[in-house]
Design a protein around this ligand. Structure first.
Ligand code: ATP
Ligand code: MG
Length: 309
């Protein structure tokens, strides 16, 4: 088995945090930097990766053989789609062959959340991840929101002997608000959270915590650069931002546990998509957004990020 593959599990406590959009953009940036990347849609209830990579044929998952039916044993192999050849977006297609490969393992159209994670499903999940490790440098798995069965399956699979020595990273996505900060912290540290569940599955709690980082998404700039803002409003926003920073630190989501943040991006407020360099060059997307994804991708695979907290 080739070493060095990074298994990345994306989750969030709440829905609509930007988990899928950010994970797809990270996967894309890793590809641009020359790595072969697999993107696995474990959001069984609402697979969206096809739409994000603009593959109209699998916009809402595949008709047969998606990840969900593979895990259930209804399909012998998991359907795979080469993003470079299947995407409808010419600017994305043009990336290859200069980039690494980007392969989507889509969910099933009309799939549903698992109700429980039985041993067969967990074993099949581990088999899939082991197989993907042979082929890809990074495997990004988009889990569902909350204390989901998808999270449970991933924790159990990575605790199995065939995967426990592998490099797994757990990313928790959250918005930059009070409730999201508390929710994200609860998902990791709270009852039935990542650490408690992970420990029950056989993970070492400290190792798991050391493999967990937070991603703040769609963070508004506390001071608007463009509009003529009232000083009282600017002061209020700055105070809120400072208060959120204190709250994050108090809830163990501070700078040391942070992978990075993405700024509020107008394009993504309107449409879920990859931010390509061509979007930035055309002055449609903000340069800061593209740079945020590049930085998240860089830090994710940089060993220095994961040295003991
Ligand atoms: N940096 C950003 N700026 C503005 N909007 C963003 C940003 N990142 C993501 N969004 C938007 O937030 C919304 C939710 O994003 P996304 O679908 O990725 O979240 P999710 O956590 O995967 O949701 P779900 O739980 O439904 O799977 C989308 O409309 C997306 O375009
Ligand atoms: Mg999603």
């Amino acid at each position: 088995m080739r070493g060095g593959t990074v298994l990345v599990f994306s989750t969030s406590d709440k829905g609509g945090t930007g988990r899928s959009v950010t994970s797809c953009n990270i996967a894309y940036r890793l590809c641009v930097s020359g790595r072969n990347v697999a993107y696995v849609d474990f959001d069984f209830g609402s697979p969206t990766a096809g739409a994000l990579f603009e593959i109209s044929s699998v916009e809402r998952g595949v008709a047969v053989g998606g990840v969900h039916s593979y895990l259930l044993g209804e399909s012998g192999t998991a359907a795979r789609i080469d993003v470079g050849t299947a995407t409808d977006r010419p600017d994305l297609e043009r990336l290859w062959p200069r980039s690494g490969r980007l392969v989507l393992f889509p969910g099933d159209e009309g799939g549903a959340e698992f109700l429980t994670s039985d041993d067969t499903v967990v074993t099949r999940c581990a088999e899939l991840l082991v197989a993907l490790e042979q082929e890809f440098r990074v495997v990004v798995v988009d889990l569902s929101a909350g204390r989901s069965v998808a999270l449970d399956i991933a924790l159990r699979a990575t605790a199995l002997p065939q995967l426990r020595r592998r490099t797994a990273r757990w990313l928790i996505f959250h918005r930059w608000t009070r409730q999201h900060i508390l929710a994200a912290s609860g998902l990791v540290h709270g009852p039935h959270g990542l650490l408690e569940t992970g420990e029950r599955c056989g993970h070492n709690r400290n190792e798991l915590l050391g493999s967990t980082r937070y991603v703040r998404t769609a963070v508004p700039a506390p001071v608007a650069h463009t509009s003529a803002q009232h000083p009282a409003q600017a002061a209020w926003l700055q105070e809120q931002d400072a208060a959120l920073r204190r709250l994050a630190t108090a809830n163990r989501l501070g700078a040391t546990a942070l992978l990075g943040a993405t700024p509020m991006e107008p394009v993504l407020q309107w449409r879920e998509q990859l931010i390509l360099d061509s979007d930035v060059n055309a002055h449609i997307a903000n340069d800061e957004t593209a740079r945020a994804y590049i930085e998240l991708a860089r830090r994710l695979v940089d060993i220095a990020t994961w040295e003991k907290l």
